[in-house]
Design a protein around this ligand. Structure first.
Ligand SMILES: NC(=O)c1ccc[n+]([C@@H]2O[C@H](COP(=O)([O-])OP(=O)(O)OC[C@H]3O[C@@H](n4cnc5c(N)ncnc54)[C@H](O)[C@@H]3O)[C@@H](O)[C@H]2O)c1
Ligand SMILES: N[C@@H](CCO)C(=O)O
Ligand code: NA
Length: 442
């Protein structure tokens, strides 16, 4: 089957990431989707820069409408942003019978009702995983993974720019304006950064999540919105002293008791004190995290990069794969049991434990005498195992014995086992060596 053809409108930060990741991982993506996915046409006002990004073999035009008019294009990706031309283009793509993928939370939070209705009428999908918390698959989690639940509340750090600003100001004592410039340089900030710092972007995302969580229309105009511009360093400090961190949270909460017992939804974005010991209080830099509380599942937490070129591209491409699977794959294989299409599984072997690479914690009970440490470190050096940290502690058991604790850098398990056997054979090693594997998980 020939690849599904995709037209890309706007190849800036997210568009260029989408083009690059789709190209780099095309074979793996094809094995998952059941069909190749190719961006065959790109529209950007800056044609020259677009050509540089895509190279030969992809048609580049200045006029987005030429992409929509192309009958070979099955899916249109809108990565221009804003409510202006993007709205017209999305509606025109839908009218032309194209599926749409967009990262444009501003557009959907404000005009979602109209756009989704148009898509429904035409029988096409409008997918927007990238619009909320970038690379974190929170839309999929709310729509699919948590579908059994009555969602009670959700709360998220859903603007990378402001979280980056708050983190840098606290950790490095940097100035607001300096950190904002850096966030812009890194591609996190919106075209108009007041959307970030005044909480508008977070409110766009909270609005979309509230619709998915509670089955209500998107109603950005009803959201309460406060940003971080009025937040003072003094209050950040006092909050810390009391055991809290201040985070800009987007919150949506079901309130069955409100509205004279008829119920209602709280939808709000504001700086919020959160106990420092909560996982979400420790989400730093441009990272995002969303907590969702469901009546059956309890509290869940989703964490990852909410902005940036390739993290956001990751979500855009996930939507492309969803659409490809639903509309073109063999109906038996639409959602493959093992994520890859059944005839696309590879025989890549599971490695034996001896081939596994990890770092190690070692504890050796040794005789407290000269040359012991040298003998141990020599064995490690000969096995090409490098030491990360070393501690020597008086042993709890018996005199003239001491505990040596070693952290190594990553090494192959087989080499480590051989080195441990050699160390164990030293007459000065008095007890079985304790070894634990260590992962940095960074
Ligand atoms: N940057 C991020 O980390 C991020 C994350 C999530 C979502 N988003 C959203 O993704 C969208 C794109 O953001 P971005 O950061 O890639 O923006 P960007 O400004 O880097 O890219 C936009 C591109 O669109 C082009 N463009 C503008 N008007 C056009 C027109 N009429 N026709 C064709 N091309 C046009 C511009 O030349 C530019 O290359 C926005 O909706 C944004 O909110 C961005
Ligand atoms: N400006 C947004 C981009 C991701 O939507 C942010 O800082 O999180
Ligand atoms: Na997402």
């Amino acid at each position: 089957m020939k690849p599904i053809q995709v037209g890309l409108l706007g190849i800036g930060t997210v568009g260029s990431g989408t083009f690059a990741v789709l190209k780099r991982n095309q074979e793996e993506i094809r094995r998952r989707a059941g069909r190749g996915i190719e961006i065959t046409m790109v529209a950007d006002l800056n044609v020259e820069r677009a050509r540089e990004i895509v190279g030969e073999g992809t048609q580049v035009v200045a006029d987005a409408r030429a992409v929509i008019a192309n009958p070979d294009i099955d899916i249109v990706i809108e990565l221009i942003g804003g409510y202006g031309i993007a709205k017209a283009l999305v509606l025109e793509a839908i009218a032309a019978g194209k599926h749409v993928v967009t990262a444009n939370k501003a557009l959907l939070a404000v005009h979602g009702t109209e756009i989704f209705a148009a898509a429904r009428e035409k029988g096409v999908m409008v997918a927007f995983e990238a619009a909320v918390a970038g690379g974190i698959p929170i839309i999929k989690a709310l729509r699919e993974g948590l579908t059994a639940n009555q969602v009670q509340w959700l709360a998220g750090i859903i603007n990378g720019t402001t979280n980056f600003i708050l983190s840098e100001m606290r950790d490095k004592g940097l100035d607001f304006a300096v950190v904002l410039k850096e966030a812009q340089r890194l591609g996190y900030a919106e075209a108009d950064p007041t959307f970030d710092i005044e909480g508008v972007d977070a409110a766009h995302k909270a609005t979309l999540m509230s619709a998915l969580a509670f089955g209500i229309p998107v109603q950005f105009d009803k959201a309460h919105v406060e940003g971080i511009t009025q937040l003072s360093a003094t209050d950040i400090r006092y909050a810390e002293q009391l055991g809290y961190r201040i985070k800009l949270l987007g919150i949506a909460k079901r309130r069955d008791d409100a509205n004279e017992g008829k119920g209602g939804i709280e939808l709000r974005v504001h700086p919020t004190l959160v106990p420092s010991k909560r996982l979400i209080a420790n989400v730093e830099g441009a990272m995002n995290a969303v907590m969702v509380q469901g009546d059956a599942v309890g509290t869940t937490l989703y964490y990852g990069k909410g902005a940036g070129s390739e993290p956001t591209a990751s979500a855009v491409i996930a939507d492309l794969v969803d659409i490809t699977r639903l509309h073109t794959a063999d109906p038996d294989h639409r959602v493959p049991h093992l994520a890859f299409q059944p005839d696309e599984l590879h025989a890549t072997p599971i490695l034996p434990i001896d081939a596994v690479r990890t770092a190690f914690y070692l504890r050796l009970r040794v005789a407290d005498q000269k040359g012991v440490l040298a003998a141990i470190t020599r064995i490690l050096a000969e096995a090409d195992i490098s030491i990360d940290a070393l501690l020597q502690r008086e042993s709890a058991e018996g005199e003239n014995q001491t505990d040596v604790i070693i952290l190594t850098h990553d090494t192959v398990e087989g080499d480590m086992r051989a080195a441990i056997a050699r160390m164990q054979a030293l007459p000065t090693v008095l007890a079985p060596i304790v070894s634990l594997r260590k992962e940095e998980l960074a």
